[in-house]
Design a protein. Structure first.
Ligand code: F6P
Length: 546
């Protein structure tokens, strides 16, 4: 038994889970007309209704007790103070400092973090204005019209997700494109219509060693110099965002064109840093700052609200409840706002790379479920694809439904239709429909008894499927900042409660190392006999069939 499992709140939750599994939310709602009032939180920009979970007051109180027994508040303080809570990498975790007010000065390893952030904001703002106003010119004297961000994982998903979410706030001063895949099909497709004289590349890589990004950046550089016939053109068309200035300079990017990053910003939490440059270029620096301010607003809520009213804490504890205690293995993210179409992909990295681990802080194996697998799609598309599974499969998939009260792009009737589905689905997933109701309905429609006997079992929906409803006032930079920061803090709390090192990602290294070796073998046509016979045969087949 791990230390967590011997906590009294943990033991009590284990017992509660056994009892609650046999309950139905319909009964809980019938017994308590105050459920919504009890199990919802309203902030200025968003509302969370979590009443459609298999919880009651006792369960929530015990979950908050678990948060207390695991010292979430102390760890939160340590994180915001810049203590090195990323133990396996000996790093502070300070993405919150990137969106702070900078009233409080923070120091890490003798360096004044607040000053670094302030200086970076100034450098970013000057650069963004220069490009957007047409003062940054390409090698032939033309203004920049297109930005191509080259990066992957945290150096891609956050900025691209936000660019998509806020595309209606862009004044189209520049067009922003993203290259993340090393499959040449992507960069070819993106560069094909572009004019090298008017393109600015941002090479985004915290480490500046990521193979895919380096290869794409190299290809982009060749594309540019093939047009300019002059390597000095690189200075006018390439900037980098990285914590590894030396590598960026060795690659050929001029020192003045390098935006820094710091060890205390994790890749998947980095969109608030200069990694967010494409967002700022697209929307203007003021809108980027509004996004940061929105995230800061959530930071303040996270730090100050009591657990019982604290959105990230509640979201984390519900995930712990549904996953670790009730045994759900996956979690769906279902945005009903078209502009949030990349949110699920973004949260896959944020949640799964952070907490998808099986040893605790002390390196001991944990025998409880940690983070569920995160999946999903725009809700409306999902309804016509996989919601069948959500409603009737034997696997219960807790789901976050995310929608907006006001549409940013109103088209008569559309938003009401969209949101009717949004509300209907969480209701249906919770209430379900039993066989008696199915039979009565079919009878009322004049169906024969034989038909009813045949079809009734197939039409039963057991319901009792947990959902969280997150209703945003409208998608705008500040509200999006609220939403993303809420999930970031949820991930942090979940990691603390489950004793998971949320800020490292050792699990990505093994495959990277093997790929590097295989790349050499493919290049030299010397397939090593040390591979297992499956991998070796695949490599030989591939080489022979090329
Ligand atoms: O391989 C995973 C990963 O290290 C992520 O954690 C990170 O966001 C991504 O690769 C990109 O890393 P970098 O910004 O260093 O290129």
């Amino acid at each position: 038994m791990t230390a967590r499992q011997s906590l009294s709140s943990w033991k009590k939750l284990t017992q509660l889970a056994q009892q609650k599994k046999s309950q139905h939310m319909n009964t809980l709602f019938a017994q308590d007309s105050e459920r919504f009032a009890k199990f919802s939180v309203e902030l200025p920009k968003m509302l969370l209704d979590y009443s459609k979970n298999l919880i009651d007051s006792e369960t929530m109180a015990t979950l908050f007790e678990l948060a207390k027994e695991t010292h979430v508040a102390d760890w939160r303080e340590k994180m915001f103070a810049g203590e090195k809570i990323n133990k396996t990498e000996n790093r502070a975790v300070l993405h919150t400092a990137l969106r702070g007010s900078n009233e409080k000065s923070l120091t890490v390893d003798g360096e004044n973090v607040s000053e670094h952030v302030e200086a970076q904001w100034q450098k970013m703002e000057a650069f963004v204005n220069k490009v957007r106003q047409g003062h940054w010119l390409g090698y032939s004297g033309k203004r920049i019209t297109d930005i191509v961000n080259i990066g992957v994982g945290g150096s891609n998903l956050g900025p691209q997700m936000v660019t998509e979410a806020l595309k209606h706030y862009s004044d189209n001063s520049v067009n922003v494109h993203y290259v993340s895949n090393v499959d040449g099909a992507q960069i070819v497709e993106i560069l094909r219509p572009l004019d090298p004289e008017k393109v600015l590349f941002i090479v985004s890589s915290k480490t500046f060693t990521t193979t895919e990004t380096m290869m794409n950046a190299g290809t982009a550089m060749k594309w540019l110099t093939a047009s300019s016939f002059d390597e000095t053109a690189v200075g006018k068309h390439f900037v980098a965002v990285t914590a590894n200035k030396e590598n960026a300079m060795n690659f050929g990017i001029e020192a003045k064109n390098i935006f820094g990053m710091w060890d205390w910003v994790g890749g998947r939490f980095s969109l608030w840093s200069a990694i967010g440059l494409p967002i700022a270029l697209d929307l203007g620096f003021d809108q980027f700052k509004a996004l940061l301010d929105g995230a800061h607003e959530m930071d303040e809520h996270f730090v100050n609200a009591p657990f019982e009213q604290n959105m990230p804490v509640i979201m984390a504890m519900l995930s712990v409840w549904n996953t670790t205690f009730l045994g759900s293995q996956s979690q769906a993210i279902l945005p009903y706002d078209q502009t949030l179409h990349m949110l699920t992909a973004y949260l896959q990295q944020a949640e799964m790379e952070s907490n998808g681990k099986s040893v605790n802080w002390h390196g001991e194996a944990v025998n409880y479920a940690t983070v569920p697998s995160i999946w999903g799609e725009l809700g409306i598309n999902g309804q016509h694809a996989f919601y069948q599974y959500l409603h009737q499969s034997n696997n219960v998939v807790p789901a976050d439904f995310i929608g907006s009260v006001a549409s940013v792009t109103p088209v008569k009737g559309h938003h009401e239709t969209l949101m009717s589905n949004f509300f209907a689905q969480t209701q249906a997933l919770m209430t379900g429909v039993n066989e008696e109701q199915v039979r009565a309905d079919l009878k009322a429609k004049g169906r024969t008894d034989a038909y009813i006997d045949m079809v009734a079992p197939h039409k039963v929906h057991k319901g009792n499927r947990p959902t969280n409803t997150i209703l945003l006032k409208r998608i705008d930079p500040a509200t999006l900042g609220n939403l993303i920061a809420m999930y970031e803090h949820k991930i942090f709390v979940q990691g603390i409660v489950l004793q998971i090192c949320s800020f490292d990602q050792w699990g990505v290294e093994l495959g990277k190392g093997l790929a590097a070796n295989i790349q050499k073998e493919l290049a030299s046509d010397q397939i090593s006999a040390e591979h297992d016979c499956s991998t070796m045969s695949l490599l030989n087949y591939y080489q022979a069939a090329k």
